[in-house]
Design a protein. Structure first.
Length: 580
């Protein structure tokens, strides 16, 4: 067994989100009458396990879930007489032995997948959210995965054993298992749920709606719609129940029988389809593309927009940057683009009013500082923290605090989810493809792939690239062809991850006339205008004023803000205030 396979086991245990005990049982003397033995083995520390020697003559197993007890079985009592419990886990799995849907399994792109014997596979998904023990049940999320894929329905218990990847299988003809190519991707619950719904045949729009967390709309009508579509697809009612039960649309969370009744009524209302008469062969017609062989595009109806319009516009920074939006921060040289971007990044990472605008909570920020070196960036970061964030209690290396009585206390560093990279990137290479299930793939390993994976792995909510010209390699910013191929892919990355993407960019090198639009000021191709969901245009102070002007243009409208010396948005000052 190689280190890569064993590394999968360790990564799963460490990703579970809890520290506790795990097991690696084995079966020896397989097939030898009277000598075959199952040995549970001692429990191991999930973070620092003392792993047994994996002998090739035995079949080895492991528990992907982490227990807080000393016995793998769920209902047994420990030495103190209390029942063992498994806490919530951030891993899901499926055991596919016979008659499973391999095409769908591969489309779900497990975090790790391995072959245990010819044609038999087991797979793990690393999840962003934790799943309660009740989800590890035939009617829970684990049961949904197993049922949808045609996997082992009995292998969904939280204490389930899987075969160690890359170990030997002896129950039939000896087979050396192998780890299949996989990326270790961490999935949000909604993404995996959407993939499952898409794999079951739901149209992309319906699959996305099913997986929408905290959705808006009439739950009764939408549940009816989902159940009717499931009936049209010919899905088993039990599978439809598990799918809808796993969504946020389920209004019967405490009464599953009511949900089953609603689904039954939707299935009963499905009209039976009359059998089509047999089609007689027509040699001339058979040579042409028939109407049935070309599927029509799926079109949205007016009724589909009800839930959309009732859902508030999701903003990362209200009125300026929408969630999953793409845009620009533009200004002439030396006006303060990076200072404004740094204040924005620090405010989002700390959750303390970026640009003076209130936000709900801290958000992870990725800042690609491609022009400044580490020293200049850290100097600007330190200045930003001390000038604006330090007053709110944030400090990056700890500090001594002296109270009124003269007592000194040490305050440790305050963490900020602000992640930085300085190495060059080139977003001009590679092409992105959107699969039928709405997932995305790339034709080559390139910096677009790395950007996408970085956003997913770190859970970033905004990526700031300083500057655009340093991010696009040899592509020409004035070439519509070059820019469209880059920006189109970035738009899809932003939409699929919900992460906003912002370039810091320059205005044209000329004197602008009063009344010119922001678009006319941006350096480069007009493709930038169509791509941008928001544009922030930073202008020098007006005469007799020390305030920077920040023009904000979004697809929801335009506005003009003023920034004070602490880089906070303020109302437009009266003339006497400026003179003072």
């Amino acid at each position: 067994m190689d280190k890569q396979s064993l590394g999968v086991v360790l990564k799963v245990w460490r990703h579970a989100g809890v520290r506790g005990n795990v097991w690696m049982p084995h079966i020896s003397n397989i097939g030898v009458k009277g000598k075959e033995r199952f040995r549970e083995g001692p429990y191991l520390d999930s973070r620092q396990p003392s792993l047994p020697v994996l002998t090739e003559a035995d079949d080895w197993y492991w528990t992907p879930a982490v227990s807080n007890g000393t016995d793998r079985k769920i209902k047994r009592k420990d030495e103190e007489g209390t029942f063992q419990q498994y806490p919530a886990q951030r891993v899901l799995w499926v055991d596919c032995d016979d008659s499973y849907n391999n095409e769908m399994l591969m489309a779900l792109k497990p975090s790790y997948i391995w072959e245990t014997s010819p044609g038999h596979k087991q797979a793990i998904w690393l999840m962003k959210e934790s799943f309660s023990p009740s989800e590890f049940h035939r009617d829970g999320f684990m049961g949904l995965l197993a049922h949808a894929l045609g996997g082992d329905k009995s292998g969904v218990d939280i204490g389930q054993l899987l075969r160690v990847p890359g170990s030997w299988h002896h129950k039939r003809k000896p087979f050396h298992g192998r780890l299949l190519p996989s990326q270790g991707t961490v999935y949000p619950r909604a993404v995996l749920l959407r993939k499952v719904a898409s794999g079951l045949g739901f149209p992309a729009a319906t699959a996305a709606a099913l997986a929408t967390p905290d959705g808006y709309g009439d739950r009764s009508n939408l549940l009816w719609k989902f159940a009717r579509q499931a009936a049209e697809l010919g899905l088993d009612q039990a599978l439809t129940f598990k799918l809808i039960k796993a969504t946020d649309w389920n209004k019967w969370k405490d009464d599953p029988d009511r949900l089953k009744d609603d689904i039954q009524r939707a299935y009963d209302a499905q009209p039976s389809k009359p059998e089509k008469p047999a089609k007689t062969s027509n040699p001339i017609e058979d040579q042409e593309v028939s109407e049935e062989s070309v599927g029509a595009w799926e079109m949205a109806t007016v009724a589909d927009f009800g839930p959309v319009i009732r859902k508030p516009m999701p903003w990362l920074v209200k009125g300026i940057i929408p969630e999953g939006g793409c845009g620009l921060l533009v200004a002439p040289p030396k006006v303060g683009k990076t200072r404004v971007a740094m204040e924005l990044a620090l405010g989002l990472a700390s959750g303390r009013k970026p640009l003076g605008v209130s936000v709900a909570k801290p958000q992870p920020v990725g800042f690609f500082s491609l022009e400044d070196g580490e020293y200049l960036f850290s100097t600007r970061l330190n200045d930003g923290i001390n000038r604006t964030r330090g007053r709110e209690g944030y400090h990056w290396d700890g500090r001594l605090r002296v109270d009124k009585a003269g007592h000194m206390t040490w305050e440790p560093p305050k963490p900020l989810a602000l992640l930085t990279r300085f190495d060059p990137i080139d977003l001009s290479e590679g092409r992105l493809h959107v699969e039928d299930d709405g997932d995305i793939s790339f034709d080559m390993v390139c910096d677009k792939v790395r950007l996408y994976q970085t956003i997913v792995d770190y859970g970033l909510k905004i990526v700031i690239l300083d500057t655009l010209s340093m991010s696009i390699g040899k592509a020409e910013v004035s070439s519509s062809t070059d820019m469209y191929s880059i920006l189109k892919d970035l738009k899809i990355i932003a939409k699929s991850t919900g992460c906003a993407i912002m370039f810091i960019h320059h205005t044209r090198k000329r004197v602008f006339e009063k009344g010119e639009s922001i678009q006319e000021m941006i350096l480069g191709s007009t493709a930038l205008h169509g791509w941008s969901d928001f544009i922030m245009n930073l202008a020098p102070p007006e005469e007799d004023s020390q305030l920077l002007r920040l023009g904000v243009q979004t697809k929801m409208g335009n506005d003009l803000h003023y920034l004070n010396t602490q880089l906070k948005i303020i109302r437009r000052p009266e003339p006497e205030e400026v003179e003072a």
